[in-house]
Design a protein around this ligand. Structure first.
Ligand code: SF4
Length: 506
């Protein structure tokens, strides 16, 4: 064994698709290549020790690290220690975090080689050169993008353990044709599909091995409707053949493109089997134009409402605070509009300056001030001063705990009232004043705090507030979504993640 592929995943349940692509495409070096994944938070020295345990005496040892915005700080420490205790180990970096702005990164200074962009084929090629010569002269190598059919698919490399216990990431296409300036995919300018029949054959094999939870990382699942329908039909066939052992599929979709044929397919999915992540980011046309995001807001709203009312899909919709031109007022209006549409979750993100993204062209005009440390979150801009941005960051955190968690299905509508953003911001400010914490608030304590807020700030009677909050504990979800959903077969999906199950129950 001479080559180790490694990364720090955000959680154990996230299996790295990128490393498996590299291993699948190692060619004749595959036999001597292994994967070892770690999880954020591991001690750097322990990780280095475990990496070095793979080294064989007298042999060259190459370690390839997948570097992402969430692991770059810890990976930098690991590479620093590794190069100190074993300077002869050859370190190759790859991944989005090291694919741009390569001249000013400590981790790149420490490494031997870097592959920017696509690594599928280039990593194996670079290893060949290192092991067999001639030695590569350059440190930074621009990864070659091969024809899609030349990339070997990695799905057989998911182990039985992965299939049983981890989220399986899959992709039917790469890239995105849209140009939203805060997003790394905007640099792609187009999307490249894999051969759909070859891809579905791989999905079949995963399914036969027991996989039931499929998370598609395609940036826009509903770009090519013919392909989307084929993929959906694959899952519908599985659901029809084994309704008691259902699959759960997650797709990212653009909200303003749901033709009738797609809607028909979506309607056939029973509860707990389908999830859509929908990027709205902003409902403000001026902001959209500034960041080059093309979106028909009316169509997007109409489609989200249709999905809420006529499908069983679990909806997770993304908004971003801190974009150039977005004020507190315009963000609040967008948030309230989205809440009124009724998605199960609103992912309230704060703008981050991802390396390589063109959003920085607005830095001067909009006084964009980003944290210099990963994940490079925006701290302030012309329209939202630091203190307000901090309030938004806390809002996002409490929103996750109270709303997205699905733990307060009955209480949340009462907290939000008829001005969701304003009321939840008041709740969020009160929470921070009273706890000085945004993390590690146990559920019991959180429930007590919600009940206290309803009494102190809303004037609710103690008994009424306690009864409301405890109805959530008792699972008595009285605030059902009003809808005219089709009578698709109900299912208790074993593959449905817990949080989504709570939302469905509400
Ligand atoms: S935000 Fe979504 S639609 Fe826009 S470029 Fe990124 S992936 Fe594409």
């Amino acid at each position: 064994m001479t080559i180790l592929l490694t990364t720090l995943n955000a959680r154990y349940t996230h299996a790295s698709l990128g490393l498996r692509y590299l291993l699948a495409n190692m060619g004749e070096l595959q036999e001597q290549t292994k994967i070892r994944e770690f999880v954020i938070g591991a001690r750097s020295t322990d990780v280095v020790e475990k990496i070095l345990a793979f080294r064989q005496p007298g042999q060259k040892f190459i370690v390839g690290f997948g570097v992402y915005i969430w692991n770059v700080v810890e990976t930098t420490q690991i590479v620093a220690i590794l190069k100190r205790v074993a300077p002869d180990v050859v370190v190759i970096l790859g991944g989005p975090e090291v694919s741009h702005e390569t001249s000013d990164q400590e981790i790149i200074r420490l490494a031997d080689y870097v592959i920017t962009g696509w690594g599928d084929i280039s990593f194996a090629h670079l290893c060949q050169q290192i092991l067999r010569g001639p030695q590569p002269l350059m440190k930074i190598h621009a990864g070659l993008q091969p024809p899609m059919n030349d990339i070997r698919l990695p799905y057989q490399l998911y182990s039985d353990q992965d299939i049983r216990h981890r989220t399986l990431y899959v992709e039917a296409s790469r890239g995105c044709p849209f140009k939203c300036e805060f997003c790394l995919s905007s640099l792609d300018k187009t999307a490249w599909p894999f051969d759909i029949d070859v891809f579905l054959a791989e999905m079949e094999s995963l399914y036969q091995r027991g996989a039931r939870l499929f998370k598609f990382v395609d940036r826009t699942f509903n770009l090519n409707i013919k392909t989307s329908l084929k993929i959906m039909q694959f899952f519908l066939d599985k659901l029809a053949a084994a309704p008691d052992d259902p699959v759960f599929a997650h797709f990212e979709v653009v909200p303003d493109h749901l033709p009738d044929a797609l809607k028909e397919g979506i309607q056939k999915f029973p509860e707990g089997t389908l999830q859509f992540e929908i990027g709205i980011q902003s409902f403000n046309p001026e902001v959209q134009s500034l960041i080059s995001r093309k979106q028909n807001n009316d169509k997007a709203a109409e489609n989200i409402r249709w999905l809420c009312e006529h499908s069983h899909a679990h909806l997770h919709v993304d908004l971003i605070a801190g974009l150039p031109g977005e004020t507190m007022q315009s963000f609040a209006a967008g948030f309230n509009k989205l809440v009124a549409l009724g998605p199960h979750e609103i992912q309230f993100g704060i703008l981050k300056r991802l390396r390589g993204t063109p959003v920085i062209r607005h830095t001067e005009a909009f006084q964009l001030t980003f944290d210099p440390q990963p994940p490079y979150t925006i701290l302030a801009n012309k329209d939202v001063p630091f203190a307000d941005m901090q309030k938004l960051v806390r809002f996002a955190r409490y929103w996750d705990m109270v709303a997205n968690s699905g733990r307060f299905a009955n209480t949340l509508p009462v907290v939000l009232g008829d001005a969701p953003f304003e009321n939840f911001l008041a709740f969020s400010d009160w929470m921070y004043t009273n706890t000085d914490a945004t993390h590690k608030i146990a559920l019991d304590r959180l429930a007590g705090l919600v009940s206290r807020w309803l009494q102190e700030e809303r004037g609710m009677e103690r008994e009424a507030a306690l009864a409301l909050v405890s109805s959530d504990y008792a699972g008595d979800a009285r605030h059902k979504q009003t809808s005219s959903k089709p009578a698709a077969e109900k299912t208790t999906a074993k593959a449905t993640p817990q949080r989504q199950s709570r939302h469905i129950a509400a």
